[in-house]
Design a protein around this ligand. Structure first.
Ligand code: PAF
Length: 281
């Protein structure tokens, strides 16, 4: 497994594979990899002859006061893990390579309506930065397939949307959330948690399961949301949202809608913001 930092070197490798008729999968990451990321790699391997993983902490998807500076950067450890999990090539570009015209004078990819709610409402600009860098990565690598985790559920829908709208020739696949033994969704941000916060954190998944249970008992999405916010607050969280949405477009479901729904939570424990979701129907 090789690591390249320049677009030219990456393209030369990909061109070589294409010349032999091999298909290419891409797993975009911000590094600090865990089993959740490796499950994406595994899925890419099933569909493609070659797999590229990108490792890039993208500054434009972090807002002011967010954790860009302290986001864990562990390239050597990531390279070892990727080699072990069958990655063919790591693309670890610099900020200058990804943003040749600087961070503020770059072309942006903006997905309208879908990015206005939930994460978009609580992290203004996040989805523009994310969509822009993923679109750049698609153009640089030109993969046949790209794999993303369902934990970032809205991110997945946003990517699917701009791929379709811009007619990009890549198949977007998703992989299920990978959880710790106690139910906490794996995330690079879990390591920010203190011992006490780590003990409380699995309550997010329990609350999602409770939301499913409440809906089964005939409660409305609004009642379920109020119940979940209260439960999270009592457990020690500061919730940004706990809602039931249509999984297809994240719109509010009609009160009598009983299929294709997802429960989504974003909540803070101290300085750490955690997100999770559960497909309901
Ligand atoms: O999900 C992530 O880790 C990031 O948002 C992504 C897709 C790698 C873009 O920077």
């Amino acid at each position: 497994m090789q690591t390249v930092t320049e677009v030219k070197a990456l393209r030369a490798m990909v061109r070589g594979w294409r010349g032999k008729g091999e298909s290419v999968g891409l797993v975009p990451t911000m590094g600090n990899l865990h089993e959740g990321h490796y499950s994406l790699l595994k899925q890419a391997r099933v569909h493609c002859d070659r797999v590229v993983a990108s490792v890039f902490v993208n500054p434009t998807q972090f807002g002011p006061g967010e954790d860009f500076e302290r986001y864990p950067r562990t390239l050597a450890q990531d390279q070892a893990g990727l080699a072990e999990h069958g990655c063919d090539l790591v693309f670890a570009p610099s900020v200058e390579t990804m943003y040749p015209f600087g961070l503020y004078d770059t072309v942006h990819v903006t997905v309208p309506r879908l990015t206005k709610s939930l994460e978009g409402a609580h992290r203004p600009g996040h989805f523009d930065g994310m969509s822009t860098v993923v679109c750049k990565l698609f153009n640089i690598v030109q993969p046949d397939v790209a794999v993303f985790g369902q934990k970032d559920f809205q991110q997945l829908r946003v990517i699917e949307r701009f791929v379709r709208d811009l007619g990009l020739p890549v198949v977007v696949l998703s992989a299920p959330i990978v959880r710790e033994a106690d139910g906490l969704a794996m995330s690079s941000r879990n390591q920010y948690l203190s011992t006490e916060q780590r003990r409380i954190a699995p309550q997010i998944q329990r609350t999602l399961e409770g939301m499913r249970e409440q809906l089964t008992q005939g409660k409305t999405p609004a009642q379920v949301s109020a119940w979940a916010v209260d439960r999270l607050e009592k457990a020690g969280f500061d919730p940004d949202y706990a809602v039931v949405r249509r999984s297809e477009d994240l719109a509010e479901p009609a009160p009598d809608e009983r299929s294709g729904r997802v429960a989504l939570i974003a909540a803070r424990l101290g300085d750490t913001r955690l997100i999770d979701n559960l497909l309901l129907d």
